[in-house]
Every structure is written in C-alpha cells, then in structure tokens.
Design a protein around this ligand. Structure first.
Ligand SMILES: [Zn+2]
Length: 387
C-alpha cells in the first residue's frame, strides 16, 4: 500500500510525500513522482506523524480519587502513599471482569487519541497473587485491543498495609514476586517508586538487581517528590528510563546526558499536583534523550487518551519546540521502552502512523489537547476508529 500526501510528514519527512508499506513495515519514503507502484491512499493536506508512544501509564485500577484531587488543590492532604493504598483496596475488591473492562476502555481511549504503543504498569495489587492477576489482565486486554503493549511490573509501588516493614516487603518483591513474574513471562520491565516516603536507594537497588538477574529491564519513578539520587542509581544500573524528574538538579542533568538512560517527563501529573516542572530544556541542551508520557494513573493524573495534550504541554510549559515535544512523544518514548522499531518514520520501521485533523504539528500547541486522529495504522493495518 502506498500512502501519499501534500501536507507535512512530521518530523522531518518530504512534502509532498509518498510512503510505501510492505509486510507491516515502511519500505520506502520519497516524493510521489518517484513512488513505486502500490494501492494508493491519499491523505491530502493532513499532518501525518508516527504513532504516539506513551511510555508511562498505570491502567489497572478501580475506584475514583477525584475527591482527593479536589481536596489537595484546596490545600488539603499532600500526595503520599495513603492515596495509592486507597486505590489498592478498591482494585483488590474489583473482580476480573470489572478490571478488564476498565483497562480495555483506557487502552481504547489511548489508541483513539493516537497512541499506538503504550506501556502498562501493574502496581495497585502489592501482593504476589494480586500483582500476577493484574499482569494477566494486561496480557488478556492486549490481545483484544490492537495497540502495542509493553508491560511493567511495579510491585514496588508502595508498601502494602499488611507488610511489616519496607525492607521485608522489598525482599519479598525481589526474591519471590520478580522470579514469578519472569517465570510466567508477564513483564518486560520492573519499575520501582524510588522516592521520599516510598522506596529508598538501598531497597530500590535490591529490587532492580533482582529484575536484571531475572532478565528484565529496569525503569524508575525518580526525583518527583525529592531529589534523592535515584537518577544516578538508575544510570549506574543501566535503567532504560528514569521518570518524573521534577526535582532534578544540574548534576542529575549531567548524569543523564552522559548515559543511555532516557529522561521521561510527565507534565500532566506535575501540573495536577502543582509541582515544579521538570528541567526539559536543560536536559535537551545537555544532550539527554527525552521522552514525554502521560503518567495516566489513579491518583495524580487520570487522562488516558491524552498524549496530544502532553505534546502540547511539552511545547507550552516545558520550553520544548513542538518538534522536540513530538519527537519526545514518539522516538523518545520508543527509546524509553527499548522498542527500536517504532516511533519514527524511516525505512524498516513498523508502519505505525497517525493522520491528524490538523495540517501542521504546531496544532498540538495551538489546539492544546484537542487535536484528534482521523486515521491510524499499526503495522500497516488500518485501525477502525468507529467514526
Ligand atoms: Zn507513574
């Protein structure tokens, strides 16, 4: 199949353009006059981008914490593990059918908004049985929704109420939960909430080392609540990504710039918490690889289907150019997920593309959150958007 257009193939494509899809991959890109034969689909002047890559979400939960967000914004309780444990209670009480329906609706919302690869974390179960149940739910939903799913085990999200200590629970995660997750091939990555009041550097390292020993990748929630040094720990362990970074300082920026660890920024959660904004400009100027992701979750930002907004926030709030923000939400996310065949439009990459109801990528800023896909392809297959 040959896609053609007179508009922008962003970032960096020719205009007018033609793109040949063969066996689910991009086989050729160039001007239409030079295009090989193929069944032509003309996209006119529409902006066309790679499918968006949302490299940080927490979709497996039940319950509603909107009341908590409202109270926090009125100057009430700060963000602590108490909120996470409220979601853990509601999620443990939800049966498989209920949870699966919630996860499926969230992934379909993400896909309909242009996300073609999504990372899904567990982490609201916090027991071996519950965490495995949540990972199996992600696996079953991933078979029904055509989005590409990368799965992360986040047993070290908070310490459950029945655990006697942080150290004891971290040892349980490292010695029993991670081997079980690996044995059943339920996750690609292990994540740890490495922050003040959650997992300290010693317990984070023990969980991360268990992940690496089990053949799983590592990613960390880092530097959201306090500057802890979790960034340098992630770099030292070869983490694929450290995520949040609202409190990151110049030394942390330097550490990331000299590493293969991606800096993943989550501006929607930062503004809902009225937090500091992460140092996106400094990270880019220093040469770090930056990803933008939604952090859609139960308590600090609930927006599945929000990656167009997140790109707009990167460009308006974080000091990134629109192209930098779009790149961070596509190839940056792919780098954060170590998924090298998605996130950019070049020969050999998976044919994951989105045509938008816009003509220029500047619409992600100008129409903040209101740019919508008109057509989506994943692996060269067009997705039925039901419109
Ligand atoms: Zn998160």
């Amino acid at each position: 199949m040959l896609l053609t257009g007179t508009g922008r193939l962003a970032p960096g494509g020719p205009s007018p353009w033609a793109l040949l899809i063969r066996d689910g991959r991009i086989a050729w890109i160039g001007p239409p006059a030079d295009a090989p034969d193929g069944q032509r689909v003309d996209l006119g002047a529409a902006l066309v981008t790679p499918g968006l890559v949302d490299s940080h979400t927490h979709p497996v939960f039940a319950g509603d914490r909107s009341d908590e967000a409202a109270a926090r914004l009125e100057g009430g309780a700060p963000y602590t593990d108490g909120g996470i444990l409220r979601t853990v209670r509601a999620t443990r009480a939800a049966d498989d059918v209920t949870l699966e329906a919630l996860v499926e609706a969230r992934l379909r919302a993400a896909l309909a908004a242009g996300t073609t690869t999504v990372e899904c974390k567990s982490g609201y179960g916090l027991s071996l049985t519950e965490e495995l149940r949540h990972l199996y739910i992600i696996k079953r939903v991933a078979q029904r929704v055509p989005v590409r799913v990368v799965t992360t085990f986040l047993g070290a999200h908070a310490v459950p109420p029945e655990a006697s200590s942080l150290d004891g629970y971290a040892t349980h995660v490292a010695d029993e939960m991670i081997p079980a997750v690996a044995r059943e091939s339920l996750a690609d990555f292990v994540d740890v909430f490495a922050d003040a009041g959650f997992f300290d550097l010693a317990t984070t390292e023990s969980v991360a080392r268990a992940a690496l020993a089990a053949g799983l990748g590592v990613r960390l929630h880092a530097e959201q609540l306090a500057r802890t040094g979790a960034t340098e720990l992630g770099v030292r362990l070869g983490a694929a990504s450290v995520d949040h970074l609202e409190q990151l300082d110049a030394a942390g920026v330097t550490a990331l710039a000299g590493s293969s660890t991606v800096a993943t920024l989550l501006p929607a959660a930062a503004i809902v918490l009225r937090d500091r904004l992460p140092p996106a400009r400094a990270l880019l100027d220093a040469g770090a690889t930056v990803a933008l992701a939604s952090d859609a979750n139960a308590g600090t930002y609930g927006g599945f289907g929000s990656m167009p907004l997140v790109i707009g926030l990167g460009a308006t709030l974080l000091g990134m150019s629109v192209i930098e923000a779009l790149t961070a939400a596509t190839s940056g996310g792919a780098a954060a997920l170590r998924h090298p065949d998605v996130g950019s439009l070049s020969v050999g990459m998976a044919a994951d593309l989105v045509a938008w109801d816009a003509e220029h990528e500047g619409a992600f800023a100008l129409h903040l959150g209101a740019v919508r896909p008109t057509r989506i392809w994943i692996g060269g297959e067009e997705i039925d958007l039901g419109t």
